[in-house]
Design a protein around this ligand. Structure first.
Ligand SMILES: Nc1ncnc2c1ncn2[C@@H]1O[C@H](COP(=O)(O)OP(=O)(O)OP(=O)(O)O)[C@@H](O)[C@H]1O
Ligand SMILES: [Mg+2]
Length: 583
Protein backbone atom coordinates (compact mmCIF):
# COMPACT_ATOMS: atom_id res chain seq x y z
CA UNK A 1 0.00 0.00 0.00
CA UNK A 2 2.88 2.32 0.84
CA UNK A 3 4.20 1.81 -2.71
CA UNK A 4 0.86 2.97 -4.03
CA UNK A 5 0.72 5.96 -1.68
CA UNK A 6 4.20 6.98 -2.86
CA UNK A 7 2.71 7.32 -6.31
CA UNK A 8 0.99 10.61 -5.58
CA UNK A 9 0.07 11.33 -1.96
CA UNK A 10 2.96 13.83 -1.74
CA UNK A 11 0.91 16.21 -3.89
CA UNK A 12 -1.51 16.58 -1.00
CA UNK A 13 1.18 17.24 1.64
CA UNK A 14 -0.22 20.69 2.55
CA UNK A 15 -3.77 19.43 3.02
CA UNK A 16 -2.50 16.49 5.06
CA UNK A 17 -0.43 18.84 7.28
CA UNK A 18 -3.53 20.97 7.90
CA UNK A 19 -5.49 17.82 8.59
CA UNK A 20 -2.95 16.69 11.18
CA UNK A 21 -3.19 20.07 12.99
CA UNK A 22 -6.99 19.83 13.05
CA UNK A 23 -6.81 16.26 14.30
CA UNK A 24 -4.48 17.31 17.14
CA UNK A 25 -6.95 20.09 18.06
CA UNK A 26 -9.80 17.63 18.11
CA UNK A 27 -7.89 15.03 20.11
CA UNK A 28 -6.79 17.57 22.72
CA UNK A 29 -10.35 18.93 22.99
CA UNK A 30 -11.75 15.46 23.55
CA UNK A 31 -9.16 14.76 26.23
CA UNK A 32 -9.69 18.10 27.94
CA UNK A 33 -13.46 17.76 28.31
CA UNK A 34 -13.54 14.84 30.84
CA UNK A 35 -10.79 16.53 32.82
CA UNK A 36 -12.82 19.77 33.09
CA UNK A 37 -15.96 17.86 33.88
CA UNK A 38 -14.28 16.01 36.74
CA UNK A 39 -13.15 19.35 38.14
CA UNK A 40 -16.69 20.76 37.97
CA UNK A 41 -18.05 17.68 39.73
CA UNK A 42 -15.34 17.84 42.37
CA UNK A 43 -15.94 21.59 42.87
CA UNK A 44 -19.72 21.30 42.55
CA UNK A 45 -19.87 19.76 45.98
CA UNK A 46 -18.52 23.00 47.52
CA UNK A 47 -21.70 25.07 47.96
CA UNK A 48 -21.77 28.59 46.63
CA UNK A 49 -18.87 28.37 44.15
CA UNK A 50 -21.11 28.82 41.12
CA UNK A 51 -18.66 31.23 39.43
CA UNK A 52 -16.14 28.43 38.92
CA UNK A 53 -18.80 26.19 37.45
CA UNK A 54 -19.96 28.91 35.03
CA UNK A 55 -16.44 29.79 33.78
CA UNK A 56 -15.36 26.15 33.39
CA UNK A 57 -18.73 25.38 31.74
CA UNK A 58 -18.22 28.26 29.26
CA UNK A 59 -14.68 27.06 28.47
CA UNK A 60 -16.03 23.52 27.98
CA UNK A 61 -18.60 24.90 25.54
CA UNK A 62 -15.88 26.65 23.54
CA UNK A 63 -13.70 23.54 23.55
CA UNK A 64 -16.64 21.43 22.36
CA UNK A 65 -17.34 23.99 19.62
CA UNK A 66 -13.70 23.92 18.49
CA UNK A 67 -13.79 20.14 18.48
CA UNK A 68 -16.91 19.95 16.32
CA UNK A 69 -15.67 22.61 13.87
CA UNK A 70 -12.38 20.73 13.56
CA UNK A 71 -14.35 17.53 12.99
CA UNK A 72 -16.30 19.05 10.07
CA UNK A 73 -13.08 20.34 8.45
CA UNK A 74 -11.42 16.94 9.00
CA UNK A 75 -14.31 15.20 7.24
CA UNK A 76 -14.03 17.53 4.27
CA UNK A 77 -10.24 17.44 3.99
CA UNK A 78 -9.91 13.67 4.37
CA UNK A 79 -12.50 13.09 1.65
CA UNK A 80 -10.95 15.69 -0.67
CA UNK A 81 -7.46 14.21 -0.28
CA UNK A 82 -8.59 10.59 -0.73
CA UNK A 83 -10.85 11.24 -3.69
CA UNK A 84 -8.20 13.46 -5.32
CA UNK A 85 -5.47 10.87 -4.78
CA UNK A 86 -7.59 8.03 -6.16
CA UNK A 87 -8.60 10.11 -9.19
CA UNK A 88 -4.88 10.63 -9.86
CA UNK A 89 -4.23 6.89 -9.51
CA UNK A 90 -7.09 6.10 -11.88
CA UNK A 91 -5.68 8.56 -14.42
CA UNK A 92 -2.21 7.04 -14.07
CA UNK A 93 -3.60 3.52 -14.37
CA UNK A 94 -5.52 4.42 -17.50
CA UNK A 95 -2.47 6.10 -19.04
CA UNK A 96 -0.32 3.09 -18.11
CA UNK A 97 -2.76 0.53 -19.51
CA UNK A 98 -3.08 2.69 -22.61
CA UNK A 99 0.56 1.88 -23.36
CA UNK A 100 -0.08 -1.86 -23.17
CA UNK A 101 0.00 -3.82 -26.38
CA UNK A 102 -1.24 -7.33 -26.96
CA UNK A 103 1.40 -9.16 -24.89
CA UNK A 104 0.44 -7.28 -21.69
CA UNK A 105 -3.22 -8.16 -22.07
CA UNK A 106 -2.15 -11.80 -22.09
CA UNK A 107 -0.96 -11.22 -18.47
CA UNK A 108 -3.98 -9.35 -17.01
CA UNK A 109 -7.36 -9.90 -18.56
CA UNK A 110 -9.52 -6.95 -19.52
CA UNK A 111 -12.18 -8.06 -16.98
CA UNK A 112 -9.68 -7.99 -14.16
CA UNK A 113 -8.38 -4.60 -15.30
CA UNK A 114 -11.91 -3.22 -15.14
CA UNK A 115 -12.33 -4.44 -11.55
CA UNK A 116 -8.95 -2.99 -10.63
CA UNK A 117 -9.69 0.40 -12.16
CA UNK A 118 -13.07 0.66 -10.42
CA UNK A 119 -13.71 -1.49 -7.35
CA UNK A 120 -10.09 -1.85 -6.24
CA UNK A 121 -9.44 1.89 -6.41
CA UNK A 122 -12.70 2.51 -4.51
CA UNK A 123 -11.59 0.18 -1.70
CA UNK A 124 -8.31 2.09 -1.40
CA UNK A 125 -10.23 5.37 -1.41
CA UNK A 126 -12.59 4.30 1.40
CA UNK A 127 -9.67 3.08 3.44
CA UNK A 128 -7.72 6.28 2.92
CA UNK A 129 -10.67 8.44 4.04
CA UNK A 130 -10.87 6.48 7.30
CA UNK A 131 -7.12 6.41 7.75
CA UNK A 132 -6.82 10.17 7.35
CA UNK A 133 -9.64 10.75 9.82
CA UNK A 134 -7.97 8.82 12.58
CA UNK A 135 -4.31 8.95 11.68
CA UNK A 136 -3.22 11.06 14.66
CA UNK A 137 -6.52 11.39 16.48
CA UNK A 138 -6.74 7.82 17.72
CA UNK A 139 -3.12 7.45 18.94
CA UNK A 140 -3.23 10.83 20.74
CA UNK A 141 -6.56 9.99 22.37
CA UNK A 142 -5.29 6.56 23.31
CA UNK A 143 -1.95 7.66 24.77
CA UNK A 144 -3.43 10.90 26.21
CA UNK A 145 -6.21 8.87 27.85
CA UNK A 146 -3.68 6.58 29.51
CA UNK A 147 -1.46 9.50 30.69
CA UNK A 148 -4.40 11.52 32.06
CA UNK A 149 -5.88 8.52 33.83
CA UNK A 150 -2.47 7.86 35.48
CA UNK A 151 -2.40 11.52 36.54
CA UNK A 152 -5.94 11.25 37.97
CA UNK A 153 -5.41 8.05 39.91
CA UNK A 154 -2.51 5.66 39.61
CA UNK A 155 -4.39 2.62 41.02
CA UNK A 156 -7.36 2.92 38.68
CA UNK A 157 -5.15 3.54 35.67
CA UNK A 158 -3.69 0.05 36.07
CA UNK A 159 -7.09 -1.33 35.01
CA UNK A 160 -7.00 0.90 31.92
CA UNK A 161 -3.41 -0.12 31.05
CA UNK A 162 -4.19 -3.82 31.55
CA UNK A 163 -7.03 -3.66 29.00
CA UNK A 164 -4.79 -2.37 26.21
CA UNK A 165 -2.48 -5.34 25.41
CA UNK A 166 -5.50 -7.67 25.43
CA UNK A 167 -7.22 -5.49 22.84
CA UNK A 168 -4.08 -5.15 20.70
CA UNK A 169 -3.34 -8.90 20.64
CA UNK A 170 -6.94 -9.60 19.74
CA UNK A 171 -6.83 -7.10 16.87
CA UNK A 172 -3.62 -8.58 15.46
CA UNK A 173 -5.01 -12.13 15.49
CA UNK A 174 -8.21 -11.10 13.66
CA UNK A 175 -6.35 -9.10 11.02
CA UNK A 176 -3.94 -11.94 10.30
CA UNK A 177 -6.90 -14.25 9.68
CA UNK A 178 -8.80 -11.79 7.51
CA UNK A 179 -6.03 -10.98 5.02
CA UNK A 180 -6.11 -14.17 2.90
CA UNK A 181 -9.91 -14.14 2.88
CA UNK A 182 -9.92 -10.65 1.37
CA UNK A 183 -7.35 -11.64 -1.24
CA UNK A 184 -9.55 -14.45 -2.48
CA UNK A 185 -12.57 -12.12 -2.29
CA UNK A 186 -11.12 -9.78 -4.93
CA UNK A 187 -10.23 -12.75 -7.16
CA UNK A 188 -13.83 -14.00 -6.86
CA UNK A 189 -15.09 -10.52 -7.70
CA UNK A 190 -12.91 -10.62 -10.84
CA UNK A 191 -14.50 -13.91 -11.83
CA UNK A 192 -18.01 -12.59 -11.21
CA UNK A 193 -17.33 -9.50 -13.31
CA UNK A 194 -15.87 -11.63 -16.07
CA UNK A 195 -18.97 -13.85 -16.23
CA UNK A 196 -21.32 -10.85 -16.27
CA UNK A 197 -19.22 -9.20 -19.01
CA UNK A 198 -19.08 -12.37 -21.10
CA UNK A 199 -22.84 -12.77 -20.83
CA UNK A 200 -23.62 -9.23 -21.80
CA UNK A 201 -21.22 -9.12 -24.74
CA UNK A 202 -22.06 -12.65 -25.82
CA UNK A 203 -25.80 -12.31 -25.35
CA UNK A 204 -26.49 -13.41 -28.95
CA UNK A 205 -24.56 -16.65 -28.56
CA UNK A 206 -26.18 -17.38 -25.21
CA UNK A 207 -29.67 -16.90 -26.66
CA UNK A 208 -28.97 -18.73 -29.92
CA UNK A 209 -27.54 -21.75 -28.13
CA UNK A 210 -30.26 -21.57 -25.46
CA UNK A 211 -27.45 -21.60 -22.96
CA UNK A 212 -29.28 -19.38 -20.46
CA UNK A 213 -29.64 -22.10 -17.85
CA UNK A 214 -26.02 -23.16 -18.15
CA UNK A 215 -24.98 -19.52 -17.82
CA UNK A 216 -27.28 -18.97 -14.85
CA UNK A 217 -25.69 -21.97 -13.12
CA UNK A 218 -22.21 -20.63 -13.92
CA UNK A 219 -23.19 -17.22 -12.57
CA UNK A 220 -24.84 -18.67 -9.48
CA UNK A 221 -21.76 -20.69 -8.70
CA UNK A 222 -19.52 -17.67 -8.93
CA UNK A 223 -22.05 -15.57 -7.01
CA UNK A 224 -22.39 -18.16 -4.24
CA UNK A 225 -18.62 -18.40 -4.07
CA UNK A 226 -18.36 -14.64 -3.66
CA UNK A 227 -21.18 -14.58 -1.07
CA UNK A 228 -19.51 -17.35 0.88
CA UNK A 229 -16.18 -15.52 1.09
CA UNK A 230 -17.92 -12.22 1.92
CA UNK A 231 -19.84 -13.87 4.78
CA UNK A 232 -16.67 -15.49 6.08
CA UNK A 233 -14.81 -12.20 6.11
CA UNK A 234 -17.71 -10.32 7.67
CA UNK A 235 -18.06 -12.99 10.38
CA UNK A 236 -14.47 -12.39 11.35
CA UNK A 237 -14.96 -8.61 11.36
CA UNK A 238 -18.19 -9.02 13.32
CA UNK A 239 -16.28 -10.46 16.27
CA UNK A 240 -14.24 -7.27 16.57
CA UNK A 241 -16.73 -4.80 18.06
CA UNK A 242 -18.48 -7.10 20.59
CA UNK A 243 -15.13 -8.37 21.84
CA UNK A 244 -13.82 -4.83 22.29
CA UNK A 245 -17.03 -3.81 24.07
CA UNK A 246 -16.71 -6.81 26.34
CA UNK A 247 -13.14 -5.93 27.29
CA UNK A 248 -14.05 -2.28 27.94
CA UNK A 249 -17.19 -3.12 29.91
CA UNK A 250 -15.26 -5.53 32.13
CA UNK A 251 -12.70 -2.70 32.53
CA UNK A 252 -15.44 -0.24 33.53
CA UNK A 253 -16.81 -2.65 36.11
CA UNK A 254 -13.30 -3.01 37.51
CA UNK A 255 -12.87 0.79 37.64
CA UNK A 256 -16.21 1.27 39.41
CA UNK A 257 -15.38 -1.52 41.83
CA UNK A 258 -11.89 -0.30 42.76
CA UNK A 259 -12.98 3.37 42.50
CA UNK A 260 -16.06 2.83 44.68
CA UNK A 261 -13.92 1.36 47.48
CA UNK A 262 -11.49 4.27 47.26
CA UNK A 263 -14.30 6.88 47.28
CA UNK A 264 -16.00 5.35 50.29
CA UNK A 265 -12.69 5.36 52.15
CA UNK A 266 -12.18 9.03 51.14
CA UNK A 267 -9.03 8.39 49.11
CA UNK A 268 -10.58 9.62 45.87
CA UNK A 269 -13.13 12.12 44.62
CA UNK A 270 -16.14 11.03 42.56
CA UNK A 271 -15.19 13.37 39.67
CA UNK A 272 -11.88 11.54 39.18
CA UNK A 273 -13.63 8.21 38.87
CA UNK A 274 -16.09 9.59 36.30
CA UNK A 275 -13.12 11.08 34.39
CA UNK A 276 -11.34 7.73 34.35
CA UNK A 277 -14.45 5.96 33.07
CA UNK A 278 -14.62 8.58 30.33
CA UNK A 279 -10.94 8.06 29.49
CA UNK A 280 -11.58 4.35 29.28
CA UNK A 281 -14.45 5.02 26.87
CA UNK A 282 -12.22 7.38 24.88
CA UNK A 283 -9.48 4.77 24.72
CA UNK A 284 -12.02 2.17 23.67
CA UNK A 285 -13.41 4.54 21.07
CA UNK A 286 -9.96 5.24 19.63
CA UNK A 287 -9.01 1.55 19.62
CA UNK A 288 -12.36 0.73 18.05
CA UNK A 289 -11.92 3.13 15.16
CA UNK A 290 -8.36 1.93 14.78
CA UNK A 291 -9.72 -1.60 14.70
CA UNK A 292 -12.27 -0.64 12.06
CA UNK A 293 -9.56 0.90 9.95
CA UNK A 294 -7.38 -2.14 10.53
CA UNK A 295 -10.31 -4.29 9.44
CA UNK A 296 -10.51 -2.35 6.19
CA UNK A 297 -6.76 -2.44 5.75
CA UNK A 298 -6.36 -6.04 4.51
CA UNK A 299 -8.85 -5.56 1.72
CA UNK A 300 -7.45 -2.16 0.75
CA UNK A 301 -3.96 -3.57 0.90
CA UNK A 302 -4.92 -6.48 -1.37
CA UNK A 303 -6.45 -3.95 -3.77
CA UNK A 304 -3.35 -1.74 -3.61
CA UNK A 305 -1.19 -4.79 -4.38
CA UNK A 306 -3.35 -5.59 -7.37
CA UNK A 307 -3.03 -2.01 -8.61
CA UNK A 308 0.75 -2.10 -8.08
CA UNK A 309 0.81 -5.35 -10.04
CA UNK A 310 -0.64 -3.52 -13.04
CA UNK A 311 1.78 -0.62 -12.60
CA UNK A 312 4.67 -3.09 -12.42
CA UNK A 313 3.82 -4.59 -15.81
CA UNK A 314 6.19 -2.72 -18.03
CA UNK A 315 4.95 -2.50 -21.59
CA UNK A 316 7.33 -4.62 -23.64
CA UNK A 317 6.89 -2.36 -26.61
CA UNK A 318 8.17 1.12 -25.85
CA UNK A 319 9.42 3.99 -27.91
CA UNK A 320 13.14 3.62 -28.74
CA UNK A 321 15.44 6.13 -27.06
CA UNK A 322 16.87 7.46 -30.28
CA UNK A 323 14.22 6.85 -32.89
CA UNK A 324 15.35 6.84 -36.52
CA UNK A 325 13.46 8.46 -39.36
CA UNK A 326 13.62 7.10 -42.87
CA UNK A 327 15.22 9.26 -45.56
CA UNK A 328 12.25 8.79 -47.83
CA UNK A 329 8.65 7.96 -46.92
CA UNK A 330 7.57 5.50 -49.56
CA UNK A 331 5.97 2.72 -47.51
CA UNK A 332 8.07 -0.35 -48.30
CA UNK A 333 7.42 -3.08 -45.73
CA UNK A 334 10.00 -5.81 -45.50
CA UNK A 335 10.10 -8.98 -43.40
CA UNK A 336 13.50 -10.61 -42.90
CA UNK A 337 13.45 -14.16 -41.49
CA UNK A 338 10.82 -13.22 -38.95
CA UNK A 339 9.57 -15.60 -36.26
CA UNK A 340 7.02 -14.98 -33.53
CA UNK A 341 6.48 -17.13 -30.46
CA UNK A 342 3.65 -16.54 -27.98
CA UNK A 343 4.97 -17.19 -24.49
CA UNK A 344 8.12 -19.08 -23.55
CA UNK A 345 8.32 -22.78 -24.31
CA UNK A 346 5.67 -22.79 -27.03
CA UNK A 347 6.05 -23.51 -30.73
CA UNK A 348 6.55 -20.42 -32.92
CA UNK A 349 3.24 -19.22 -34.43
CA UNK A 350 5.14 -18.08 -37.53
CA UNK A 351 8.73 -18.74 -38.56
CA UNK A 352 11.17 -17.70 -41.22
CA UNK A 353 8.89 -15.19 -42.85
CA UNK A 354 10.59 -13.09 -45.51
CA UNK A 355 8.83 -10.92 -48.08
CA UNK A 356 8.62 -7.35 -49.33
CA UNK A 357 5.41 -5.36 -49.76
CA UNK A 358 5.92 -2.44 -52.10
CA UNK A 359 4.02 0.82 -52.47
CA UNK A 360 1.43 0.88 -55.21
CA UNK A 361 1.14 -2.89 -54.99
CA UNK A 362 -1.24 -5.22 -53.22
CA UNK A 363 0.35 -7.99 -51.22
CA UNK A 364 -2.03 -10.70 -50.12
CA UNK A 365 -1.67 -13.35 -47.45
CA UNK A 366 -3.82 -16.46 -47.59
CA UNK A 367 -3.84 -19.61 -45.52
CA UNK A 368 -5.95 -21.84 -43.34
CA UNK A 369 -7.25 -20.63 -39.99
CA UNK A 370 -4.52 -20.56 -37.38
CA UNK A 371 -1.79 -20.52 -40.03
CA UNK A 372 -0.40 -17.27 -38.62
CA UNK A 373 -1.81 -14.53 -40.86
CA UNK A 374 -2.86 -12.16 -38.07
CA UNK A 375 0.38 -12.90 -36.25
CA UNK A 376 2.36 -11.59 -39.23
CA UNK A 377 0.16 -8.52 -39.56
CA UNK A 378 0.40 -7.45 -35.92
CA UNK A 379 4.17 -7.12 -36.25
CA UNK A 380 3.93 -4.20 -38.69
CA UNK A 381 2.25 -1.62 -36.38
CA UNK A 382 4.32 -3.16 -33.55
CA UNK A 383 1.37 -4.58 -31.63
CA UNK A 384 3.84 -7.37 -30.87
CA UNK A 385 7.56 -7.62 -31.46
CA UNK A 386 9.15 -10.36 -33.52
CA UNK A 387 10.97 -13.04 -31.52
CA UNK A 388 13.58 -13.38 -34.26
CA UNK A 389 14.39 -11.53 -37.46
CA UNK A 390 13.31 -8.01 -38.28
CA UNK A 391 10.45 -6.10 -39.82
CA UNK A 392 11.41 -2.87 -41.56
CA UNK A 393 9.39 0.02 -42.91
CA UNK A 394 11.27 2.12 -45.45
CA UNK A 395 14.47 0.40 -44.42
CA UNK A 396 14.16 1.18 -40.70
CA UNK A 397 13.55 -1.62 -38.21
CA UNK A 398 10.13 -0.99 -36.65
CA UNK A 399 11.78 -1.36 -33.22
CA UNK A 400 13.92 1.69 -33.99
CA UNK A 401 11.05 3.71 -35.39
CA UNK A 402 9.22 6.34 -33.34
CA UNK A 403 6.05 4.46 -32.33
CA UNK A 404 3.65 7.31 -33.05
CA UNK A 405 5.21 8.13 -36.42
CA UNK A 406 5.17 4.46 -37.37
CA UNK A 407 1.56 3.90 -36.38
CA UNK A 408 0.42 7.18 -37.93
CA UNK A 409 1.63 5.83 -41.28
CA UNK A 410 -0.46 2.68 -41.00
CA UNK A 411 -4.17 2.31 -41.66
CA UNK A 412 -5.08 -0.96 -39.95
CA UNK A 413 -8.36 -2.82 -40.06
CA UNK A 414 -8.19 -5.55 -37.41
CA UNK A 415 -9.85 -8.91 -37.84
CA UNK A 416 -12.49 -8.06 -35.24
CA UNK A 417 -13.83 -4.68 -36.30
CA UNK A 418 -14.22 -2.79 -33.08
CA UNK A 419 -16.23 0.39 -33.14
CA UNK A 420 -16.49 2.91 -30.32
CA UNK A 421 -19.60 4.44 -28.81
CA UNK A 422 -20.32 7.71 -30.57
CA UNK A 423 -21.60 8.42 -34.05
CA UNK A 424 -20.78 7.04 -37.49
CA UNK A 425 -18.78 10.21 -38.22
CA UNK A 426 -16.86 10.09 -34.94
CA UNK A 427 -15.87 6.50 -35.70
CA UNK A 428 -14.64 7.29 -39.19
CA UNK A 429 -12.81 10.43 -38.01
CA UNK A 430 -11.34 8.42 -35.12
CA UNK A 431 -7.78 9.69 -35.52
CA UNK A 432 -8.67 13.34 -35.98
CA UNK A 433 -11.60 15.07 -34.28
CA UNK A 434 -11.28 18.00 -36.67
CA UNK A 435 -11.44 15.87 -39.79
CA UNK A 436 -13.45 17.65 -42.46
CA UNK A 437 -16.83 16.31 -43.58
CA UNK A 438 -15.51 15.78 -47.10
CA UNK A 439 -12.73 13.52 -45.95
CA UNK A 440 -15.15 11.47 -43.83
CA UNK A 441 -17.58 11.15 -46.74
CA UNK A 442 -14.79 10.22 -49.18
CA UNK A 443 -13.60 7.43 -46.85
CA UNK A 444 -17.15 6.16 -46.48
CA UNK A 445 -17.60 6.23 -50.26
CA UNK A 446 -14.42 4.23 -50.91
CA UNK A 447 -15.42 1.69 -48.25
CA UNK A 448 -18.83 1.29 -49.91
CA UNK A 449 -20.55 2.51 -46.76
CA UNK A 450 -22.25 5.55 -48.19
CA UNK A 451 -25.44 3.83 -49.23
CA UNK A 452 -26.26 2.36 -45.86
CA UNK A 453 -25.20 5.53 -44.02
CA UNK A 454 -27.58 7.59 -46.20
CA UNK A 455 -30.36 5.19 -45.26
CA UNK A 456 -29.80 5.86 -41.57
CA UNK A 457 -32.13 8.34 -39.92
CA UNK A 458 -29.44 10.77 -38.85
CA UNK A 459 -26.97 9.83 -41.59
CA UNK A 460 -23.40 10.45 -40.40
CA UNK A 461 -24.66 11.51 -36.97
CA UNK A 462 -26.44 8.22 -36.38
CA UNK A 463 -25.39 6.79 -33.04
CA UNK A 464 -23.08 3.79 -32.75
CA UNK A 465 -23.36 1.78 -29.57
CA UNK A 466 -20.41 0.35 -27.65
CA UNK A 467 -18.61 -2.21 -29.83
CA UNK A 468 -20.79 -1.25 -32.78
CA UNK A 469 -23.50 -3.75 -31.99
CA UNK A 470 -26.28 -1.65 -33.55
CA UNK A 471 -24.99 -2.12 -37.10
CA UNK A 472 -24.67 -5.33 -39.10
CA UNK A 473 -21.42 -7.31 -39.25
CA UNK A 474 -20.75 -6.19 -42.82
CA UNK A 475 -21.59 -2.56 -42.01
CA UNK A 476 -19.29 -2.73 -39.01
CA UNK A 477 -16.49 -4.03 -41.23
CA UNK A 478 -17.07 -1.28 -43.76
CA UNK A 479 -17.02 1.40 -41.07
CA UNK A 480 -13.76 -0.03 -39.74
CA UNK A 481 -12.38 0.09 -43.30
CA UNK A 482 -13.61 3.72 -43.67
CA UNK A 483 -11.80 4.57 -40.45
CA UNK A 484 -8.53 3.18 -41.82
CA UNK A 485 -8.95 4.84 -45.22
CA UNK A 486 -9.79 8.23 -43.66
CA UNK A 487 -6.37 8.17 -42.07
CA UNK A 488 -4.82 8.52 -45.54
CA UNK A 489 -1.97 6.29 -44.49
CA UNK A 490 0.97 5.10 -46.60
CA UNK A 491 0.44 1.51 -45.56
CA UNK A 492 -3.01 -0.07 -45.53
CA UNK A 493 -3.52 -3.38 -43.77
CA UNK A 494 -6.73 -5.36 -43.97
CA UNK A 495 -6.85 -8.39 -41.70
CA UNK A 496 -9.62 -10.56 -43.08
CA UNK A 497 -11.70 -7.40 -43.39
CA UNK A 498 -13.83 -8.43 -46.31
CA UNK A 499 -15.12 -11.68 -44.88
CA UNK A 500 -18.55 -10.31 -43.95
CA UNK A 501 -19.09 -8.61 -47.30
CA UNK A 502 -21.01 -10.06 -50.20
CA UNK A 503 -19.01 -10.77 -53.37
CA UNK A 504 -20.30 -7.68 -55.19
CA UNK A 505 -19.46 -5.25 -52.40
CA UNK A 506 -16.13 -6.98 -51.85
CA UNK A 507 -15.19 -6.49 -55.53
CA UNK A 508 -16.44 -2.87 -55.62
CA UNK A 509 -14.56 -2.08 -52.44
CA UNK A 510 -11.28 -3.52 -53.69
CA UNK A 511 -11.64 -1.61 -56.96
CA UNK A 512 -12.34 1.64 -55.08
CA UNK A 513 -9.32 1.09 -52.83
CA UNK A 514 -7.15 0.46 -55.88
CA UNK A 515 -8.42 3.59 -57.63
CA UNK A 516 -8.11 5.90 -54.67
CA UNK A 517 -5.01 4.73 -52.91
CA UNK A 518 -2.72 4.02 -55.82
CA UNK A 519 0.48 4.99 -53.98
CA UNK A 520 -0.24 3.05 -50.78
CA UNK A 521 1.26 -0.27 -49.83
CA UNK A 522 -1.76 -2.52 -49.44
CA UNK A 523 -1.57 -5.74 -47.46
CA UNK A 524 -4.66 -7.92 -47.51
CA UNK A 525 -5.25 -11.00 -45.42
CA UNK A 526 -8.05 -13.09 -46.80
CA UNK A 527 -9.67 -16.46 -46.67
CA UNK A 528 -11.41 -16.06 -50.01
CA UNK A 529 -9.42 -16.48 -53.22
CA UNK A 530 -11.74 -13.99 -54.96
CA UNK A 531 -10.58 -11.21 -52.70
CA UNK A 532 -6.93 -11.58 -53.64
CA UNK A 533 -7.17 -12.84 -57.18
CA UNK A 534 -5.65 -9.70 -58.69
CA UNK A 535 -3.05 -9.06 -56.00
CA UNK A 536 0.47 -8.27 -57.23
CA UNK A 537 1.88 -10.81 -54.84
CA UNK A 538 0.21 -13.59 -52.89
CA UNK A 539 1.88 -15.31 -49.95
CA UNK A 540 0.53 -18.74 -49.10
CA UNK A 541 0.87 -19.61 -45.46
CA UNK A 542 0.79 -23.07 -43.97
CA UNK A 543 1.43 -23.81 -40.31
CA UNK A 544 3.28 -20.54 -39.83
CA UNK A 545 5.55 -20.86 -42.88
CA UNK A 546 5.40 -19.37 -46.35
CA UNK A 547 4.88 -22.24 -48.76
CA UNK A 548 4.21 -20.27 -51.90
CA UNK A 549 4.74 -16.78 -53.28
CA UNK A 550 3.69 -15.24 -56.57
CA UNK A 551 0.68 -14.20 -58.64
CA UNK A 552 -2.50 -16.21 -58.84
CA UNK A 553 -1.66 -17.94 -62.12
CA UNK A 554 1.89 -18.77 -60.98
CA UNK A 555 0.68 -20.22 -57.70
CA UNK A 556 -1.99 -22.27 -59.41
CA UNK A 557 0.78 -24.03 -61.22
CA UNK A 558 3.46 -24.15 -58.55
CA UNK A 559 1.75 -24.30 -55.15
CA UNK A 560 -0.42 -27.35 -54.41
CA UNK A 561 -1.84 -25.88 -51.21
CA UNK A 562 -2.93 -22.74 -53.05
CA UNK A 563 -4.46 -24.56 -55.98
CA UNK A 564 -6.27 -26.81 -53.52
CA UNK A 565 -7.81 -23.77 -51.77
CA UNK A 566 -8.66 -22.22 -55.12
CA UNK A 567 -10.31 -25.34 -56.48
CA UNK A 568 -12.52 -25.68 -53.45
CA UNK A 569 -13.66 -22.06 -53.72
CA UNK A 570 -14.09 -21.11 -57.35
CA UNK A 571 -14.87 -22.77 -60.61
CA UNK A 572 -11.72 -22.73 -62.72
CA UNK A 573 -11.26 -22.79 -66.42
CA UNK A 574 -8.88 -25.40 -67.69
CA UNK A 575 -6.02 -22.84 -67.94
CA UNK A 576 -6.20 -22.01 -64.23
CA UNK A 577 -7.97 -18.64 -64.67
CA UNK A 578 -11.21 -18.12 -62.79
CA UNK A 579 -14.28 -19.24 -64.58
CA UNK A 580 -17.75 -17.77 -64.59
CA UNK A 581 -18.28 -18.27 -60.92
CA UNK A 582 -15.55 -15.82 -59.94
CA UNK A 583 -16.18 -12.12 -59.43
N1 LIG B 1 -2.46 -14.31 -27.90
C1 LIG B 1 -2.07 -15.53 -28.25
N2 LIG B 1 -1.49 -16.35 -27.34
C2 LIG B 1 -1.07 -17.58 -27.70
N3 LIG B 1 -1.20 -18.11 -28.92
C3 LIG B 1 -1.79 -17.36 -29.88
C4 LIG B 1 -2.24 -16.03 -29.59
N4 LIG B 1 -2.77 -15.53 -30.72
C5 LIG B 1 -2.65 -16.48 -31.68
N5 LIG B 1 -2.06 -17.58 -31.17
C6 LIG B 1 -1.73 -18.82 -31.90
O1 LIG B 1 -0.92 -18.49 -33.02
C7 LIG B 1 -1.29 -19.24 -34.16
C8 LIG B 1 -1.57 -18.29 -35.32
O2 LIG B 1 -2.69 -17.51 -35.00
P1 LIG B 1 -3.21 -16.34 -35.94
O3 LIG B 1 -4.24 -15.57 -35.21
O4 LIG B 1 -2.06 -15.59 -36.48
O5 LIG B 1 -3.89 -17.18 -37.11
P2 LIG B 1 -4.68 -16.67 -38.38
O6 LIG B 1 -4.01 -17.25 -39.56
O7 LIG B 1 -4.85 -15.20 -38.35
O8 LIG B 1 -6.06 -17.39 -38.19
P3 LIG B 1 -7.53 -16.89 -38.61
O9 LIG B 1 -7.66 -17.10 -40.09
O10 LIG B 1 -8.42 -17.83 -37.88
O11 LIG B 1 -7.66 -15.49 -38.21
C9 LIG B 1 -2.48 -20.07 -33.77
O12 LIG B 1 -2.04 -21.38 -33.54
C10 LIG B 1 -2.99 -19.45 -32.49
O13 LIG B 1 -3.51 -20.42 -31.63
MG1 LIG C 1 -6.42 -14.00 -38.10
Amino acid sequence: MITLFKKGLARYAKSIALLVILLIVQALAMLLLPNMMSRIINNGVIPGDMGYIYTTGAIMLLVALASSSASVCIGYLSSAVSVGFCTDIRKKLFAHVDKFTLAEFDIVSSGSLTTRATNDILQVQNFLIMLLRIVVLAPIMCIGGVVLSIMSNIHLSIVVIACMPIIIIFLLVVIKKIYPVFRSMQVKLDRLNQIIKENITGVRVVRAFTAEEREIVRFEEANADMTDVSIRSQLKIATLIPMLMLIVNVGTVAVVWVGGTQISSGMMQIGDMIAIIQYLVLIMFSLLIMALVFAMMPRASVCADRLNEVFSIEPQIVNPENPKTPAELTGVVEFNNVSLTYGAGTQPAVSDISFTAKPGETTAIIGATGSGKSSIICLIPRLRDATAGSVTVDGIDVREYDLNSLRSRIGYVPQASNLFSGTIASNIAFTDDDMGVEKVERAARIAQSEEFIQNKKQKYDDPISQGGTNVSGGQRQRLAISRAIAKEADILIFDDSFSALDFKTDAALRQAIKDNTDKATVIIVAQRINTILNADKILVLDKGRIVGEGRHSELMASCPIYSEIAKTQIAMDSDGTPGKGAV
